[in-house]
Each structure stands twice: as structure tokens, then as C-alpha cells.
Design a protein. Structure first.
Length: 316
């Protein structure tokens, strides 16, 4: 049974809603810009469109598609899509997302409209032989004119850990571990994965120390890493070793010890919230969610019930 990708989607969506400034360096790197880290960024509404798809029993259903991340810096609009697998429909979906975005900035008068298309990029978490280096949308007009609307994709597996840290591409860090998926899922040797995770942990602690990252940003990034590890490992023997990297022992001062304790509490809360939300998304009952809260992060029954009450939502 193919595993669902809610974990990847939720991590990306949570980052964009809670820590949008971390994406400024991503925009700079992809599009060759030089925005300051405190540049004014506006998250634009990702209005969806309706598409018809066929279900397993041959019937039709209408699904709403919503773009991952639409943002504006100055007068420029950017569209970022995060993909965990190759999707044959991605180019046409980008065309639809881009037109919806352009419509928000369009200007018109009698007999004339100007529709400014946004810059776009697809961030591929995994890489296969079919993963495209660029996405091209060719507009063909009635008289035969054609225009190629094209931008390069980001293939995370092609980026080194050193490059990610050097360029401050923090939103990529939680997804970096996906390149070791075969080793993790087969319960093979994960020493290289642990080495890379340790590199990122040390870098995050160092950059928090120099105030390039806030405590909340560092805590959440570490929690996001562990969420993706848990998704990939799926409770096999490698999971504990990998998850422990971000929560390992650190030589620390008293003030750092206070920060770490707060960080660990924040990570537990973040993991608990994710377990509750994903469990409800997957249709799990309360008993199953409570069991996962107790097993995955060691909560007592009362603590698990409190988390379910705090982070759960009434399902209709």
C-alpha cells in the first residue's frame, strides 16, 4: 500500500505559515535575487480550482486543487510547489495555478487586459530518472505563435548539505533525509544519514547562537526533520536512532540548558499536534490516536487525552 504524503505536505504548509521569512533565501537562490532576510513578504491567497477525476469504481468525483505557496516580494510574485513524487499532470497544474495567480494582479480596460504571469519553481523532494530538470508550458495561439513559459526545478537530491547551510536554505533541511529512504525503509546502514543529520543539528544550533535563527525556528525545523524521519521509517528499527540525533546530548551552559528544555518541550508539542492532525486526516479513531501519542512520544494517558482535546477538531 502506497504511503500517504500528508507528512510532507503538512511540514511544507506549516513552514510557510509559521516561518515564511525562511523562504526568502530560497527565492534568492532559485531566481537569482538578492532580497534581504527581513524583506516584506506577502502570502497571497492560493485560490483553488475544480478538476474532475475518476475513482476506482469508475465514477467521477470533483476535487479542489490548491497551489502550495504563492507569495509576493515587492512587485514580484512567486509560485513554489513542493512535490514528493513525479506527477505527469504537474505542468498543466502549474499553468492553472499560475493563471489563477496572474488573475489577481491583472489590469484591464475596454478591449485590453494585461496578465502578469508569476515566476514559478517545483521543488522535488525525491529524484528518479524521470524527474525533469525544468518545467515548460508552451502556449500556442491560433495563428501559430508559441511562447515557452519555463523555469528550472529544484531537485533536492542534487544539493549538498554544505550548500544548503551556506545559502541558508532552511526549508530544505526537513526533506533532506528523503535521499536515504531506501536505506531507512530496508533497515539498512544509516550511518551516512546520521552523519548528515548531525551536521544539520550542529549548524542549526550554531546559527541560533548567532541569532540567524530564532529559538522557535530552530525548534520547529528540528521537529519537522523528525516528522519526516517518522514518516519514512514507519516504526522500523532505524527510526529511534535517526530521531535521537536532533534530541541528542549537547555540551551546554546553564542558559543553553534552559533553552534546550524549552526546545524539547516545543518539539514534543509539535510532534503531538502533527500526530493528532494526521491521524484525523487519515480517519483514525480517538483510541488509535491516543495509542500513537503514547507510543511515539511517551505521553501518559492523561497527557495524550489533553493533546487530543487541544489539537483535535470536531469531525463532521
Amino acid at each position: 500500500m502506497q504511503k500517504k504524503t500528508h507528512d510532507y505536505d503538512n511540514v511544507f504548509k506549516t513552514m510557510k505559515s509559521k516561518h515564511k521569512r525562511l523562504f526568502i533565501s530560497v527565492i534568492n537562490d532559485i531566481f537569482g535575487k538578492d532580497y534581504p532576510v527581513d524583506a516584506d513578504m506577502t502570502i497571497l491567497p492560493s485560490e483553488g480550482y475544480l478538476t474532475e477525476s475518476e475513482t476506482v469504481d469508475g465514477s467521477k468525483e470533483i476535487e479542489e486543487q490548491i497551489s502550495d505557496f504563492l507569495l509576493k516580494i515587492g512587485q514580484e510574485v512567486y509560485l513554489l510547489e513542493c512535490q514528493s513524487y513525479n506527477d505527469d499532470s504537474m505542468a498543466i497544474r502549474i499553468a492553472e495555478y499560475a493563471f489563477i495567480a496572474a488573475r489577481q494582479s491583472a489590469v484591464w480596460d475596454i478591449g485590453h487586459a494585461t496578465i502578469p504571469m508569476p515566476r514559478f519553481s517545483i521543488i522535488y523532494i525525491r529524484k528518479t530518472d524521470k524527474t525533469p530538470k525544468a518545467t515548460t508550458i508552451t502556449f500556442t495561439f491560433p495563428e501559430g505563435q508559441t511562447v515557452d513559459y519555463e523555469f528550472e526545478n529544484v531537485i533536492l537530491e542534487n544539493l549538498t548539505k554544505e550548500y544548503i547551510v551556506e545559502k541558508r536554505l532552511f526549508p530544505y533541511i526537513p526533506f533532506y533525509i528523503a535521499r536515504y529512504e531506501k536505506d531507512i525503509t530496508s533497515e539498512g546502514n544509516v550511518d551516512r544519514a546520521i552523519e548528515d543529520l548531525t551536521y544539520f543539528k550542529d549548524a542549526l544550533l550554531r546559527l541560533r547562537g548567532t541569532a540567524e535563527l530564532s529559538d522557535a525556528e530552530m525548534i520547529d525545523l528540528m521537529g519537522f526533520v523528525n516528522t519526516i524521519i517518522t514518516h519514512i521509517a514507519n516504526e522500523n528499527k532505524n527510526e529511534e536512532r535517526l530521531v535521537n540525533v536532533m534530541g541528542g546530548t549537547i555540551i551546554e551552559t546553564e542558559s543553553e540548558k534552559w533553552v534546550r528544555q524549552g526546545m524539547q518541550q516545543g518539539m514534543r508539542q509539535g510532534q503531538a499536534k502533527m500526530i493528532v492532525e494526521l491521524g484525523q486526516d487519515d480517519g483514525q479513531d480517538d483510541e488509535t490516536i491516543l495509542k500513537r501519542l503514547r507510543e511515539k512520544i511517551g505521553l501518559s494517558l492523561e497527557e495524550a487525552k489533553d493533546c487530543l482535546a487541544k489539537y483535535g477538531r470536531q469531525l463532521v
